[in-house]
Design a protein around this ligand. Structure first.
Ligand code: GTP
Ligand code: MG
Length: 153
């Protein structure tokens, strides 16, 4: 089982898509094991998006991600990192496949509603940036036995 860091970005919160996005994750059978709302500061943005800080679009990305609250979550499950990337879809909402979150709700490359870690290593790093250990509630769900066989976990 893996963990991944998910954000409902400021546009997702403003557009009242928190519930929709949480439902997509729950419907897929993944477990949300931490969740909070926060304002991303410029400093936090630079930490999170360290790989993009030198890119030409970074100033726009920082003003966007700090413009309104986000919802941060840790999502856990078998192959959670790649499963969430599949649910999320391509970066640009205009290119994201229908059926993905960005494909169904987005039309922008920047305002694409949701972030998901792009690898297990990124997930570990990003979870450490957004959450402390005592904010994480790992728990079993009884229905889990009907979502995924034991040898897949
Ligand atoms: P995240 O899950 O948010 O990391 O998206 P991603 O992995 O699909 O894309 P990437 O890491 O390449 O870019 C991070 C975020 O920066 C994107 O989700 C967009 O919000 C924004 N972004 C990416 N490319 C551009 C761009 O060319 N212009 C602008 N303005 N924003 C961009
Ligand atoms: Mg990324």
């Amino acid at each position: 089982s893996e963990r991944t860091l998910i954000l409902v970005k400021p546009d997702g919160v403003q557009r009242k898509l928190i519930g929709t996005i949480v439902s997509r994750i729950e419907n897929k059978g993944l477990n949300i094991i931490a969740l909070k709302m926060l304002n991303v500061t410029a400093e936090l943005s630079k930490q999170h998006y360290a790989e993009h800080v030198e890119k030409p679009f970074y100033p726009d990305l920082e003003s966007f991600i700090t413009s309104a609250p986000v919802v941060a979550m840790i999502v856990e499950g078998p192959e959670a990192v790649s499963v969430m990337r599949m649910l999320i879809g391509a970066t640009n909402g205009r290119e994201a496949a229908p059926g993905t979150i960005r494909g169904d709700y987005g039309s922008s490359r920047q305002m694409n509603m949701i972030h998901g870690s792009d690898s297990v290593d990124s997930a570990k790093r990003e979870i450490g940036i957004y959450f402390t250990d005592n904010e994480i509630c790992s728990y079993g769900v009884a229905l889990g036995d009907w979502v995924c066989a034991a040898d897949e976990l």
